[in-house]
Write a protein that binds this ligand. Structure first.
Ligand code: NAD
Ligand code: TYD
Length: 355
């Protein structure tokens, strides 16, 4: 029997950290949608993240590079897409400082390729089409000790990563204003949870505590981030995709600000407890290292718009989320060992060589 899917949805970057949570959610919750996961499988993309859903009939993986317009255009031609949730990106600030051009190529050129392909194929009948661009709060720059980013905060990116994401956001809005492409954007704060590549603060510290290695804290550790559990972000993405108003931006955040040093101390205590060690053991690994250039002091999101308009709020508090995250990493040694071999070892020794 031939099954007609109600919608054909392209998710880019679905083998990465957030993307894999979004793909899993959409494949499981919407069996009536066909979900195509397009990913280049860079160092950050890992199909092991999707083992549990890869055999589902409404899921298909497509390996490819959004920098390649002909390839992207052909996907639109072949798959008759109704929607796009675009997450593929180079995502690590420290890597953007050493290799900014790759960030321009994927985050800016790749996004414009997708926009062009959507514009070409969707034509003038846009009634049930939607291009959803997933972005970051880092486009707004840095806050001082008070205040929150709202959807109206002026863009002021400082790193090559945030500059490339800001640029891609501007292109998405330009396609709405110029061509009437049905777009929606969200800007989210720092995520944490399972399947997070261990170059980012939380999984890096979990990995290093397990291996009794120093926990590198940039500068004085007083930098502040607003942390959101990744499954809550995936739920927000689902809500924005289905209910968000076209042409609008939604800020997504955790209502959960932490200075890096306090966060790492809490994480050390959770790890000590889980590893059956005396509390205080892991904190001894904390090591202050040379600061990141252009380091933004503080990010914090005002998520009242998505809360009032779409009824979304985080469902997991930080203690619960951190607990779940640590438990996942401790139960998934093989995943961690696989992603920390090869390329990662080279990156790590270069990144932390002068510390
Ligand atoms: P990630 O680095 O874990 O995953 C990115 C994915 O994109 C990987 O699977 C990678 O293989 C794929 N990719 C990279 N270049 C590609 C290309 N040229 N063509 C096709 N695929 C390519 O990133 P993440 O942390 O999951 O972030 C996903 C998105 O969410 C990004 O757009 C990021 O800017 C945004 N975001 C991330 C956070 C966060 O805290 N991680 C917060 C807010 C927004
Ligand atoms: P990160 O996880 O790289 O996310 P982002 O830069 O997108 O916010 O970093 C989170 C914070 O932790 C940021 O202030 C930089 C800091 N940090 C360290 O202090 N040491 C580290 O080794 C890393 C990777 C980050």
């Amino acid at each position: 029997m031939f099954f007609y899917y109600m919608k054909s949805l392209l998710i880019t970057g679905g083998a990465g950290f957030i993307g894999s949570h979004v793909v899993r959610r959409m494949v499981n919750n919407y069996p009536e949608y066909k979900i195509y996961n397009l990913d280049k499988l860079t160092y950050a993309g890992n199909l092991e993240n999707l083992k549990d859903i890869e055999a589902k009939p409404n899921y298909e993986f497509i390996k490819g590079d959004i920098q390649d317009f002909d390839f992207v255009n052909k996907i639109f031609q072949d798959k008759n897409l109704d929607g796009v949730i675009h997450l593929a990106a180079e995502s690590h600030v420290d890597r953007s400082i050493t290799n900014p051009l790759e960030f321009v190529m994927t985050n800016v050129v790749g996004t414009v390729n997708l926009l062009n392909a959507a514009k070409n194929h969707w034509g003038i009948d846009l009634s049930d089409k939607r291009f959803y661009h997933v972005s970051t709060d880092e486009v707004y720059g840095a806050l001082g000790e008070v205040g929150l980013f709202t959807e109206d905060t002026k863009y002021d990116p400082h790193s090559p990563y945030s500059a490339s994401k800001a640029s891609s956001d501007h292109f998405v809005r330009a396609y709405y204003d110029t061509y009437g492409l049905p777009v929606v954007i969200s800007n989210c704060s720092n995520n944490y949870g399972s399947h997070h590549f261990p170059e980012k603060l939380i999984p890096l510290c979990i990995h290093n505590i397990k291996n009794n290695k120093p926990l590198p804290i940039y500068g004085d550790g007083k930098y502040t981030r607003d942390w959101l559990f990744v499954e809550d972000h995936a739920r927000a993405i689902d809500d924005v995709f289905h209910k968000g108003k076209l042409g609008e931006t939604y800020n997504i955040g955790g209502f959960n600000e932490w200075q890096n040093i306090d966060l790492v101390k809490l994480l050390c205590d959770v790890m000590d407890e889980k590893l059956g060690q005396e509390v205080g053991t892991s904190q001894k690994l904390i090591t202050f290292v040379k600061d990141r250039p252009g380091h933004d002091l503080r990010y914090a999101i005002d998520a009242s718009k998505i809360e009032s308009e779409l009824g979304w709020r985080p469902s997991v508090n930080f203690e619960q989320g951190l607990e779940k995250t640590v438990a996942w990493y401790l139960a998934n040694d093989e995943w961690l060992n696989n992603v920390t071999s090869g390329n990662y070892q080279d990156y790590y020794s270069k990144q932390y060589q002068s510390s």
